[in-house]
Ligand binder design. Structure first.
Ligand SMILES: [Zn+2]
Length: 166
């Protein structure tokens, strides 16, 4: 059994979504190679960081990422496999890339309770979501809101006038 700690850059941009690991971003790798009957069992972890934008407010984000991986690299035989020992080497790139791409968040957020963008103004909301969302009003309802307010204010006055007349 052999263990290796080393650093290597991402060979290309990994990830197609809102966030990705960019080409050249360093990966800290801890790899353990175990000789088994069928081949070489590779297990380890990779630490790196992904960057992109928050899925709600589009702020740029960079977050740490750590993934674990394990795969049996078979000695070349009659059956072709995805992972094979070639010339006494194991190529970890596909293994590490797949582990990282699969663990990238599909809906990344800058913070767990990111309030996102104001649906009316497109401005980035800050703080709690309650009051801001309550105040945002569809423009088509704005006239009705004014009408209702005026009506409520005038109603008592009308009643007072009626009382004086009677
Ligand atoms: Zn956000």
């Amino acid at each position: 059994m052999r263990e290796f700690d080393f650093e290597a850059p991402a060979s290309e941009k990994w990830g197609e979504g809102l966030v990705s690991v960019d080409a050249g971003v360093p990966l800290d790798l801890e790899v353990r190679l175990e000789s088994v009957h069928e081949g070489i069992l590779v297990s380890g972890s990779a630490s790196t960081e992904y960057s992109g934008v928050c899925g709600r407010c589009l702020t740029d984000i960079t977050e740490p990422l750590q993934v674990e991986f394990q795969e049996l690299f078979a000695y070349p035989g009659e059956e072709a496999t995805d992972f094979e020992v070639q010339d006494d080497h194991v190529d970890l790139e596909t293994l590490v890339r797949d582990a990282i791409v699969l663990s990238l968040p599909f809906q990344p957020v800058c913070q767990p309770d990111c309030p996102g963008l104001d649906p009316a103004t497109g401005e980035r909301l800050t703080g709690s979501t309650g009051p801001e969302q309550g105040e945002s009003l569809d423009p088509r309802w704005a006239a009705l809101k004014d009408y209702t307010t005026d009506h409520d204010e005038e109603a008592p006055r009308l009643r007072v006038e009626n009382t004086e007349e009677s």
